[in-house]
Design a protein around this ligand. Sequence first.
Ligand code: 3PG
Length: 387
Amino acid sequence: MSDLDLRGKRVLIREDLNVPIENGRITSTQRLDAALPTIVAARDAGARVMVMSHLGRPKEGQFDGESSLAPVAKWLGGKLGRPVRLVRDYLDGVDVADGEVVLLENCRMNVGEGKDDEALARKYAALCDVFVMDAFGTAHRAQASTHGVIKYAPVAAAGPLLSAELDALGKALEHPAHPLLAIVAGSKVSTKLILLENLTAKVDQLIVGGGIANTFIAAAGYGVGNSLYEPDLLDAARQVMADARRRNAEVPLPVDVVVAPEFSAHAPATVKPVDQVKDGEMILDIGPETARRYAGLIGKAGTVVWNGPVGVFEFDAFAKGTETLARAIAASRAFSIAGGGDTLAAVDKFGIEKDVSYISTGGGAFLEFLEGKELPAVAALKARAGR
Ligand code: 3PG
């Protein structure tokens, strides 16, 4: 986008302004903060700026007040120092003055958005002289506003946020400073199996946490009591460990864990060796010795990719493992990248935003990139550029 002369041009910018809103109040502005510089740059270049985004997953073909971008328009107006019009009917054209910014109502209310309808994509394209794809968080969706429009817009370009995300992820995974250490945690191996397989081929160390670690612990032959784990995926976990060994990558397992008799903030927490978990106990965090060892690995890493907290960090008694790793990432000189909703909540809770080299705005898009998948919006931009 920065290479284009935008003065007087109708510029349609697809952002991911899909932010959490409770009772009309935006509860996290992280995605808005990340998108704002792109919008300001286009405005300052004298463009007629139309910003487009989805919010939630409303039904197509009807207006849904709950999914309205009105709170976002208000937020943008506050930041830009001038009210931002929220335009509801825009498919047949929008009047925008040079240097003005308008917000188009939730594009997922348009019929055909979800299935990447060609007629709708052509309508979006007809709104503008230049289409800027900047929504990294939605780049894994092949929809009319993220994919189809790229084919038909007079000019289509990647925006600065999308470019920055791809650069940071590329730096972390394609040209990493070694050792490359990944932390992958979450409730289920099944949702992150492709990710684990893809990372095993790249990383020097893979730290697993949460329900994923429990499945690995069970696969290593230890009891996990009542912990969340996936008995059907023990072989898959063994395969990941065997692949890692073949490549000389380490998949360290916890040596100690924090257990409780139930999943609750007030359940009594007990630290014990990993081979002593009893029936009826649940593993809710890594133990202090494990956290110390993992922090040591992070301290020696050249690159750290973080997706998922290693314990139930929302409950203070089970937050220490995640906190220790978060602080180790913050203190390390590694290039670090964090992404995913729970991970960002942990980054927020431990106040380390400024100490992580790059915080991704992507949830599903971040994961798909780490899985090694090509993001449809990025593929469309490349095809358009003949690359
Ligand atoms: C996200 O929150 O991950 C993106 O905005 C994509 O939203 P979606 O999963 O509803 O497509």
